[in-house]
Design a protein around this ligand. Structure first.
Ligand code: 5GP
Length: 241
């Protein structure tokens, strides 16, 4: 399989969908992929490290970078700023590596506008129930997220999921191993698109697996998942009244 360098992969997902785990596995398993480490004004969480997970900066530093035009995109998410430095894209181009951006729906829209050839992937939890369970499990493990934060993240998830139609691929993260395989298949399929060589049987299998995740083939499932959020939201409003 021959790869074409310089593909920009955008991965978005509601918080708690397993995106970080999937992305880390993808980076470990697939050669030639670079991760763009974002800048953020939010404080580190759990075992996160400056320069590995994020560059943790003050709001003043972030604003100064914005003023200098150093961001490819940036957005305010849950009251904190997050941004992708242009230099990650420039460095990836110089070294001929594909770049992976883990960014929210606002950032993804900005990048797609500037670079329509970027490949966007939206990771979905199988349902609201599963997402809530994962968020509670994580908050328990990290001793930090309050009930209010979980509630806000669930509401944020619903709003993020409404944007699924703007993505090229939808990946429903039911179980880790098959999801990693599908994510790998999407990357391989996009690399194959630029290949002039004849496809092997293995390549054809990869293309078929990735095709399952294309928006027209997964839209119905995504709609059902979105509906699970809408129903739960209505239930809560009724309880409050
Ligand atoms: P968390 O605080 O849970 O790490 O991330 C919160 C959200 O911010 C996630 O949806 C994540 O994808 C998004 N995010 C992380 N880095 C960036 C970035 O550089 N730009 C944008 N627009 N969103 C980001």
């Amino acid at each position: 399989m021959r790869s074409v360098s310089g593909i920009l992969f955008i991965i978005s997902a509601p918080s708690g969908s397993g995106k970080t785990t999937l992305t880390n596995e993808l980076l470990k398993l697939v050669p030639g992929l670079e991760f763009s480490i974002s800048y953020t004004t939010r404080p580190p969480r759990g075992s996160e490290q400056h320069g590995r997970d994020y560059f943790f900066v003050s709001e003043e530093e972030f604003q100064a970078m914005t003023a200098r035009g150093e961001f490819l995109e940036y957005a305010c998410v849950f009251g904190q700023y997050y941004g992708t430095a242009k230099r990650f894209l420039e460095d990836a181009r110089k070294t001929g590596r594909d770049l992976v951006l883990d960014i929210d729906v606002q950032g993804a829209a900005q990048v797609k506008k500037k670079m329509p050839e970027a490949v966007s992937i939206f990771i979905l939890p199988p349902s609201r129930e599963v997402l809530e369970f994962r968020l509670r499990h994580r908050s328990h493990a990290e001793h930090m997220d309050s009930e209010e934060v979980i509630r806000r993240r669930l509401e944020g998830a619903r709003k993020e999921i409404e944007n699924y139609r703007n993505y090229d691929y939808i990946l429903v993260n039911d179980r880790l191993e098959p999801s990693i395989a599908l994510l790998k298949a999407i990357v391989a399929a996009e690399r194959l698109k630029g290949s002039a060589e004849d496809l092997s049987a293995e390549d054809a299998g990869v293309l078929a697996a990735a095709e399952q995740c294309l928006l027209p083939n997964t839209g119905q499932r995504a709609e059902q998942i979105l509906a699970s959020f809408a129903t739960a939201g209505r239930g809560q409003e009724e309880k409050v009244q």
